[in-house]
Write a protein that binds this ligand. Sequence first.
Ligand SMILES: *Cc1c(COP(=O)(O)O)cnc(C)c1O
Length: 465
Amino acid sequence: MTITNRPTIAPDRGAALPAAVAAAERWLSAIDGRRVPAAGTAADAIARLGTSLPDSPADPADVVGRLAAAVEPGLMASGSGRFYGWVMGGSLPAALGADWLVSAWDQNAGMRDATPGVVAAEEIAGAWLLDLLGLPEAAAVGFTTGATTANTTALAAARHRVLASAGWDDAADGLAGAPRIRVLAGASRHGSVDLALRLLGLGAAELVDADAQGRLDPDDLRRRLAEGRGGPTIVCLQAGDVHSGAMDPFAAAIDVAHAAGAWVHVDGAFGLWAAVSARFAPLMRGLERADSWATDAHKTLNVPYDCGVAIVVDEPALRAAMGVRAAYLLTAGTADPYDHVPELSRRARGVPVWAALASLGRSGVVDLVDGLHRGARGIADGVLRIPGAEVLNDVVFTQVCVAFETDERTRAVFAALLDEGAVMPSASTWRGRAVIRFSVSSWRTDAVAVAETVAAVERAAAAVR
Ligand SMILES: *Cc1c(COP(=O)(O)O)cnc(C)c1O
């Protein structure tokens, strides 16, 4: 037997990073001239990538270059100012640069004493978020993969606290035999709240009436809570209905829920950001009195995927739900990041949040959020001048639901828009009607993008009379 010690992977970095920079520059600088929806299919990309596992090593720069060339046709231009799909934000330049550094540094951000540098940046980012959003400064902040995980994290803390208050230790005794937790949520809640409740073994929420814009009715909440026998209760509110952008009436609903001893959680994946601007203050009144909040940085704040934020006032409850102890972990005197999120090992996804906030400053964050609302208003006003077009929602934040005379024509206009590719909204149904939904979520949606968007809808509408 011969023994060779020849390394099979080149010991230097080669040109992989410059290749990635070149591919990224090419992608980002072409975004405005490109179709917004993806042009290619997954099958096309699979054919270009090839399915056979290589037998031997390849040059890293070549791998990166081939990857970019193979997948680019199958990417949507979500960084375009004319992208309005779902509620997806773009990426601010500083946040993108910081995100690259997070990968290059490759730090595990779980333990304070192991990686104090990135933990420091995340902690400052967390404190800045609480300040900007007007939430209690002592609240615990955890950086999660997204709002679904942030909802789950915060509701796990809620589950622990309401059971502990009823004399039950869920950590020791689980849920079997526990007092039943009553969970109430607005009829227009986001599906990720249902998923979080399912993961936590809490079953389906009892639905509270919502008005035509999707706002929870605090009187119905009061009636339902009064009918109950008390006991462990969680109320889920929403900042930002995905169709209308509407905010639940926080002050009234939180008063009612707290009077019944309930924990109040707010899902504000994109809508929580309205709290940064005085313009939306009347809609956000009382928000700061909830017990926990979930939001995304990868939506309104325009940080790259993935980044959500769980915020919980009752830090001991969060730590009881999420904390881990093991002999080999470095345990700091104060809470470690891993005490506040489901992961132990994770990327330092709060660092791009720091960079986004450092680059925008307080006024820049307000301008970003106000600008998204201005873009939504501009699209709504422009679309309303198109014969046959209606805007179904009150445009209170960033969402615009457009419909034409019949569902058939609405769907045909949407198909024509995607076919042309100058803009990309998403299709949905709302209040029993097909809608074309524009979610203005990108820092790049300016007055020019809005005018181009309205013109694209005009062309599509004219094409499908
Ligand atoms: C997007 C969204 C979520 C889920 O967030 P993810 O980051 O996709 O996990 C939850 N609630 C609302 C209102 C949303 O818009």
